[in-house]
Ligand binder design. Structure first.
Ligand SMILES: N[C@@H](CCC(=O)N[C@@H](CS)C(=O)NCC(=O)O)C(=O)O
Length: 210
């Protein structure tokens, strides 16, 4: 059975959500969060980088949320959550996945880090304004890409929507408002999906055990 190493409300949620969309059975293995973050004990054998998520499928261990989503989409092609390799849609799909990691997530993460995540003596409040400007530029690009479509590739929901939707859900935590109507509607649409709610419910079961 697929085994997900994760922690609630992290980038691991992207994988929990994907697995719920696929309807596949999986084991959720909670990685304990201690004073060294996830970088302690047994989990370092799974991911020496000490970060969640990681997915185990038999002998294979994968890290990096976007790579895990793409792998799962390819593994279960009937579910059509990742377009076939070599198709134009796959090119566009991967383009948006990389956009999330390099353009959309990065400034949001920078804001979060310099507001509350980094140790106080490592925070540089001056970067927050620049990161906000970068995030807004990325939101405009996303808005252009979406146009009047339901999902980022058009009418079909794909793993790229999971990455984008999850990243947009972090905006509120980073005190970042989203004022663009088609992006707001899109965020509500994807975050309202049944599989997204099921993923939150599955993770909620682990909240107090860490
Ligand atoms: N690029 C990685 C980032 C993984 C990552 O940074 N995970 C965070 C949780 S959201 C983590 O484990 N942080 C612990 C640390 O940095 O020590 C991915 O998308 O999977």
């Amino acid at each position: 059975m697929l085994k997900l190493f994760s922690y609630p409300k992290t980038r691991g949620t992207r994988v929990t959500w994907m697995l719920e969309e696929l309807g596949e059975e999986y084991e959720f293995s909670l990685v304990p969060f201690g004073k060294n973050g996830f970088a302690s004990g047994e989990f370092l054998k799974i991911n020496p980088g000490g970060k969640v998520p990681a997915l185990q499928d038999g002998e294979l261990i994968l890290t990096e949320s976007a790579a895990i989503l793409t792998y799962l989409g390819d593994k279960f092609p009937d579910k059509k959550l990742v377009p076939p390799a070599g198709s134009a849609d796959r090119g566009r799909h991967d383009q948006w996945c990389y956009f999330v990691l390099t353009e959309l997530e990065q400034p949001l993460w920078t804001k979060g880090k310099h507001r509350f995540i980094l140790p106080k003596d490592k925070r540089v409040p001056a970067v927050i304004e620049t990161a906000t400007w970068e995030f807004e530029k990325a939101l405009n690009a996303l808005s252009e890409g979406l146009g009047g479509n339901e999902f980022i590739l058009g009418s079909a929901f794909t793993a790229a929507d999971i990455l984008i939707g999850h990243t947009l859900s972090w905006a509120a935590q980073a005190k970042q408002t989203i004022d663009i109507q088609n992006v707001k509607d899109y965020a509500d649409r994807v975050l309202g999906r049944e599989a997204c709610k099921k993923a939150s419910a599955r993770e909620a079961g682990f909240k107090d055990k860490a």
